[in-house]
Design a protein around this ligand. Sequence first.
Ligand code: HEM
Length: 354
Amino acid sequence: MCKVGVLQIEWGHRFGSMERMTWGRGVEPSFRAEQLPTDTFPVLKYIPSWFPGASFKRKANSWKGIRNATITPPFMKVKKAMVNGTAEDCFTLRCLQRLERPDSRHDNLSVEEEIIKNTAGTMYEGGSDTGSTALLTFILAMLCFPCAQREAQEELDEVIGKERLPDHEDEDFLPYVKALVYECFRWQTVAPLCKYFRFPIPHRVDTDDNYKGYFIPKHSTVLANVWGILRDEKTYGPNAHFFEPKRWLLKCSGQRGWKLNPDMREPISISFGFGRRACPGKHMAVSSFWLSVSSMLHSFNITPAIDKDGNPIEPKVEYVSASQNRPAPFQCTIKPRSEEHAALIRRALDNDLE
Ligand code: HEM
């Protein structure tokens, strides 16, 4: 899920194009630059900030200030708008409406309101860069595997046509698009070592366990090799390293030809983490990703960029191991598939900005 969508869901704020580009720049370093040693060794939180080597505590304090300065104003705006009866429907509004004892003072927050404010902030933190990374992977896959793009567009043309954009109700009728979404999360998972931001997120085993002859004692720290699981040739076959939506599908005799293979375990239960710390935003993330992918495929062609001599630039699968498993910067051309598709997109944009 991308930044703009998350912001709208949390605070009901529709952003103009300039705001879209600049909002949250100050806060981003604190959200995504790195995890702190305390995430892996919680006991370090007891070290005083003046202690030699405890610079991470000073850093955390300064980030706390930036974070607060970013997430407090939109929260206060919703709180004020709720009192005036002008608030847009959003997560913060719904939570505030459920409070038994809302704090009527505009400049004060009750403990419950602090929790709502910080939960919305955490959604921004978890949901913005991850969603854009997944979308970049999708665009790169469409460049490198044009066959998959073409087959998905054929399905969309048949089921949706040119008069409207796809909607969630269409999901079950678009098995190829669903398989393509699965393949994006499998082929280049956003968090390969269940790594979130720069460090892996360790998980703790809460009971003794035996796995294939290995004894894993209670309280052991385990790092899940998500990349390995999702590229396992025993499950995905010798072409596990290729982008191939059809691996999730079975050919059937019906009009449209494909259905999801019930014997293939979908990748969402792996690529969004495990256990109690599994991504709480995964349903929101997957459904907004599906909508973005199906709308883009429906209305645009994604093709290689053209160099100064008029030749297509060969796309390369190159990833940087930064905060997430993100494609290295690449160029491409994204153009409406036809005049009718362009008009459809313009109408959707006008409706959105109204
Ligand atoms: C494509 C989009 C996304 C991906 C690939 C993704 C992936 C992940 C992964 C791998 C984890 C670590 C899970 C673990 O430790 O086992 C995680 C945690 C988390 N995610 Fe997501 N996520 C996405 C979108 C979102 C969204 C939209 C939200 C909120 C609206 C969100 C909120 C969070 C939060 C709060 C955590 C920390 C949970 C905890 O530590 O208890 N994520 N995510």
